[in-house]
Write a protein that binds this ligand. Structure first.
Ligand code: PMP
Ligand code: GLN
Length: 382
């Protein structure tokens, strides 16, 4: 995300969505669903507005939402954060990430992430003046090598940002990798910031919140948001949970980023977090079918598909159909075949970008008919 001149440029999501709109291409680039989430939530937001929930919410979030976040973690994971002191509502996960990094990382500290990494991590680590140390994920399953993970830790390691399920690769990390991260963080006195916005979008493998692992709770800030779980990415309601002292630090920064977050949407998200278990499992099942539709299409087009265990992204290799530069291809793809995608190399530093240069990320959170149409168009590529 940092341009070659060291300044923050336009994000790849803006660029590719802009290109898709200009060319009329099917946008499998930026990750957002093309259907709205539960009608009861939209109705709850409308009612909240009609009934006057329109002024500033308390800085840490409305009590009913903080309680709902805590109850959701208890129901699914057996965690029990105190809604008063261990839950903070944010303006999307993006603000939670920004505030956590700014709160915890000092100039000169090392902050670790896997690579590829979600773009805002790199930007925020840069804005905090910290060093961004990366650990590569290796195809086909996009898992880290544990020796490389260990070697990345050092005396300056202050924060480890985990992202599970992982954007852009769709990888889900199992207990062995996660516990190793926790143990290494503990050994080096580092704090874990874990971005679990895709917690409910998993296909067969259970989601394991880092905070549930041995030795993790006291050093982990967990982040999630309503955007992906409920298909309301435009509402920008997120949250961070963890030990009181850490949440308080994040809140200190949040006060000066946005102070508080959209009141009527908080009311509606509180309602969503209380939906029955079937809502969450059916959403994942529907998404799994979409994954398979797009994966078949990409395979038929001749691409090598790395089937994801979570998120709503598929990573595919275009080298198999003769392309070597997916960034260049992504800029041409809308004109060529009428589909937009995101090159994986933009989620990397230089060396990682070389390793991932032929990979494209496709979002499959779209109506089945749209995915089928996109697959048909992509068949013209090979
Ligand atoms: N983290 C990851 C890994 C993401 O993919 C996204 C985009 N949904 C975000 C954070 C940002 O989430 P939000 O829209 O809630 O700010
Ligand atoms: N998280 C979404 C993605 O990865 C979109 C994020 C954004 O537009 N900043 O596509």
């Amino acid at each position: 995300v940092l341009g070659s001149d060291g300044r923050l440029g336009v994000t790849i999501f803006e660029e590719m969505t802009g290109l898709a709109v200009r060319t009329g291409a099917i946008n499998l680039g930026q990750g957002f669903p093309d259907e709205d989430g539960p009608a009861v939530m939209a109705e709850a937001a409308r009612r909240a507005i009609a009934e006057g929930s329109n002024q500033y919410a308390p800085g840490k979030g409305i009590p009913v939402l903080r309680t709902a976040v805590s109850a959701h973690q208890k129901r699914f994971y057996g965690l029990d954060p105190d809604p008063e002191s261990e839950v903070l509502i944010t303006t999307g996960a993006t603000e939670a990430i920004a505030a956590a990094v700014l709160a915890l990382a000092e100039p000169g500290d090392d902050v670790l992430t896997f690579e590829p990494f979600y773009d805002s991590y790199g930007a925020m680590i840069g804005l905090a003046g910290a060093n961004h140390v990366t650990v590569p994920l290796h195809a086909p399953r996009f898992q880290p090598d544990l020796a490389e993970l260990e070697a990345a830790f050092g005396p300056k390691t202050r924060v480890v940002i985990l992202n599970n399920p992982h954007n852009p690769t769709g990888a889900v990390f199992g207990p062995e990798v996660l516990q190793r991260v926790v143990d290494l963080a503990a050994e080096h006195g580092a704090i874990i910031v874990t971005d679990e916005v895709y917690e409910h979008l998993v296909f067969g493998r259970p989601h394991i919140p880092v905070a549930t692992l041995a030795g993790a709770a006291e050093r982990t800030l967990s982040i999630s948001s309503a955007g992906k779980t409920f298909s309301f990415t435009g509402w920008k309601v997120g949250w961070v949970t963890g030990p009181e002292e850490l949440v308080a630090k994040v809140r200190t920064i949040k006060q000066f980023l946005t102070y508080s977050s959209g009141t009527p949407f908080q009311v509606a998200v509180a309602q969503g977090l209380g939906l029955p278990d079937e809502f969450f499992s059916e959403a994942a099942d529907a998404l799994r079918r979409k994954r398979d539709i797009l994966a078949d299409g990409l395979r038929q087009a001749g691409l090598t598909v790395y089937l994801p265990d979570g998120t709503y992204f598929i990573t595919a290799d275009t080298a198999s159909i003769g392309f070597d530069d997916a960034l260049d291809l992504a800029r041409k793809l809308p004109e060529l075949v009428g589909v937009a995608a995101i090159p994986v190399s933009v989620f990397c530093h230089e060396e990682g970008a070389r390793r991932t240069r032929s990979l494209l990320r496709f979002a499959f959170c779209k109506r089945d008919t749209v995915l089928e149409e996109a697959a048909g168009r992509l068949a013209g590529l090979g």
